[in-house]
Every structure is written in C-alpha cells, then in structure tokens.
Design a protein around this ligand. Structure first.
Ligand code: CTP
Length: 372
C-alpha cells in the first residue's frame, strides 16, 4: 500500500473497501479510499499538506491531493434507499465505523484498516470470506436496493476467482427472476464497462449462464461464433481499451435500456455494427467498402458475431490500403466534378486492392483510363 502522509492525531482515519481487500490479497489497487469517523470535509480543511480538489457536501466526501497523489476521503455515513435501484441518500453523517461498513456490498469490501496503527477492523466476517474466496452480501435486500451489485459480484468473481456463497447466490437468483427495471442504468453501465473491460470470456459466459443478462434484457444473448477475448487480444493495439466492453455488450441481442447512457462514439460503434451485421461481402473490394470508415471495434464485433475470416482479412491485409489521388488532382487534370469522381475512385481502388504497390503515377493513369 502506498505511504500517504496525513496527520490523524485522533485515530479516526481508516483505509476502507477495495484498497484493504487488495492489500490482503496482495494485488494492486486502482484507487485509495479513506474514511474518517466524523466529518471528513472539516478534517481535510485542518490538514496543512493537502489540496482540496472537490467537495460533495451531501455525501460528506472530499477529493484531496497529498504529495501529488489524489485520494477520496469520505465521512463515515449510514444510508437508506428511498427508491430501490437508484442512488441512496445519507441517513447519518459521521456515524460509527461499524454502521458505515453495513451499507456496503460484500463482506470482502467492508474491511477497514486503521490508518495509524495498521490494525484490520472486520465487523462482518470479511477476513474469513477473503480466505475462503467467497462473496457474501451484508443483508438480504442488498441486490434489491442496488442491483448493480450483481454485476460487481461478477466482476470480483472474475477478477479474483471468488464465488458467491450459497445464500448470496440464492438472493441473486431470486432477484434475477424478478428484475425491477426502474433502476439507474447509468450505474449499471459503469459496472458493465468495468467488468467487460477485463476482456474475459468467462465473464461473458457467467453473464449468460447465471442469467445476469436479465438486468438489462429479457432476451438471453446469442453465443458468439468465436471466443471474443483472443480476437481482442490480437487486435488490442488498434483498439481504445476503454471500448472493449462494448464488443461484449453489443453481442447481446437487446441493449435498448442501456442506449440512453451511451456517448457519441459508443453509439457509432453499436449502430455501425447493426448496419453491417448481415452483409456478406463477396470479394476484397466489397470487404474494404463495408468496413471503410467503421470503428475497429465494429470490425471485431462483425468478426466474432458474423464472420471472423472477413474481419481478419480486412484488419490484416486491407485496412492500410489507401488511395493517394485526390479530387483536386482530377479537377487539375481537366475533369469536371461529378458523381463520376466516386466511381473513378472505386475503379482505381479495385486495382489498388489487388495490387497495393501501385504508385501515385499508376493511380493517375488509371483515373485517366477510367474517364477515357
Ligand atoms: N460500494 C458498494 N456498493 C456499490 C458500489 C460500491 O457498497 N454499488 C462500496 C464497496 O464497499 C466498495 C466501495 O464502495 O469497496 C468503493 O467502491 P469502488 O471504488 O467502486 O470499488 P472498489 O471495491 O474499490 O473496487 P475497485 O478495485 O473495482 O475500484
């Protein structure tokens, strides 16, 4: 765990959640969460070496910067859910630590570590579950109040090789048989993104097999024709790693409920796949034209869902073929701009695809040949 230089004379500061879990598992943590038994915002203001970056008064949280490191500092709090599936509201800010951990998802995420003494504080049996590789919710309404925890469970089970203990598994099964779709799909998306960005076919398999897909759709996903993970690994250098999840997600038949949460680029990937998914190009020129201007994620999706050979043909052999002649040059050669220009480019492109070594001069003479 990184050394953080903070003063806590009153012994009220604790590492909490994922950072404690990860240290005990011996894996690296994505971020550091600290909780203060009391008002964290007021506490942060008393610290001399700290820059306050962002304050969220209603939740009693503050993002601070200490010696270049950004850290989330929360006030201990208890919560309740006025509306299941949506954000909780705070009941009590600055409550005892024991109450704070009760609002969390799994026992392994409810462990705290005293910032000063290093003592582990375990109110919920998290240490035992960590040892036995078990995911256990803290109360029976956990998934009803916050169904995103079902996807979080999937994420942790894939990341750490853990399993839901039988009672938790049963609660999950019961919820999935009776999903309340009035939920925050923005939060669902965040968890799906983190889970599928692990690029694990196992996560996708469990998503289908355990019925977790029901959180977003009543229709079960089709099995892709090809395992997704190796294809992504092969073309990882072409991909934005933040979009991997979309390749898995778009392999589902019905993602209607998540669409409103998508940004422009995400929408472009999905829509361009829907547009071409049933096309069967007959030669390299048609393959090129089908994928030209499409995001690489769409090409990979086509590969895993429709035809891998066609997608790899494009990515390995055709993608980098580019014409060097321009419309301006055609005009300079005395041709009048018209729809014929694009036919001309296609004519030259067909030749270039069969003979990629064509020079600029060769392309110009082919253009002349076309207009002749
Ligand atoms: N948490 C929760 N229910 C959620 C999301 C988060 O109870 N739906 C709690 C968990 O105690 C979790 C903590 O908030 O440990 C911090 O959440 P987050 O940073 O999302 O997860 P981490 O456990 O830190 O895991 P990761 O390593 O994926 O960041």
């Amino acid at each position: 765990m990184k050394i953080i230089n903070l003063k806590d004379t009153q012994n009220k500061l604790f590492y909490i959640g994922g950072v404690v879990r990860d240290e005990l598992l011996g894996t690296e943590s994505f971020d550091v969460d600290l909780t203060y038994v009391g008002n964290a915002i007021e506490y942060a203001k008393t610290l001399e070496n700290v820059e306050i970056l962002k304050v969220n008064e209603p939740f009693g949280t503050v993002r601070i910067k200490v010696e270049g490191e950004e850290i989330d500092l929360a006030s201990t709090r208890s919560e309740f859910y006025p509306k299941n599936g949506h954000l909780p509201v705070v009941c009590e800010l600055g409550c005892e630590l024991k109450k704070d951990v009760q609002r969390r998802d799994f026992t392994i995420n409810a462990l705290a570590k005293n910032f000063t003494t290093g003592e582990i504080v375990d109110f919920t049996g998290g240490l035992e579950d960590l040892k036995n590789k078990k995911l256990r919710v803290l109360h029976d309404k956990s998934f009803i109040e916050d169904p995103t925890r079902i996807i979080r469970g999937l994420k942790f089970s894939v990341r750490f090789g853990f399993e839901l203990e039988p009672h938790t598994k049963n609660l999950q099964k019961n919820y999935l048989e009776n999903v309340n779709y009035d939920m925050s799909f923005k939060r669902v998306k965040k968890e799906i993104k983190e889970t599928f960005n692990l690029n694990s076919d196992l996560a996708f398999e469990k998503f289908r097999e355990d019925g977790i897909y029901r959180l977003i759709s009543k229709t079960p996903p089709n099995a892709p024709k090809t395992a997704i993970s190796p294809v992504i690994k092969k073309y990882a250098h072409l991909l934005n790693p933040q979009n991997i999840w979309l390749i898995y997600l778009t392999a589902m038949p019905d993602i209607e409920r998540l669409l409103p949460t998508f940004d422009r680029e995400e929408m472009r990937i999905v829509e361009s796949f829907w547009e071409i998914q049933n096309f069967c190009p007959q030669d390299d020129f048609e393959i090129y034209k089908m994928f030209e201007q499409k995001p690489v994620e769409t090409v990979i999706l086509y590969g895993v869902m429709t035809d891998l050979g066609t997608a790899t043909r494009y990515l390995d052999k055709l993608k980098d073929i580019k014409l060097t002649i321009t419309g301006k040059e055609l005009v300079a050669m005395g041709f009048k701009p018209s729809k014929k220009f694009s036919d001309c480019f296609d004519f030259v492109l067909r030749k270039k695809i069969t003979t990629p070594a064509l020079s600029h001069e060769d392309e110009l003479s082919l253009a002349r040949e076309f207009f002749a």
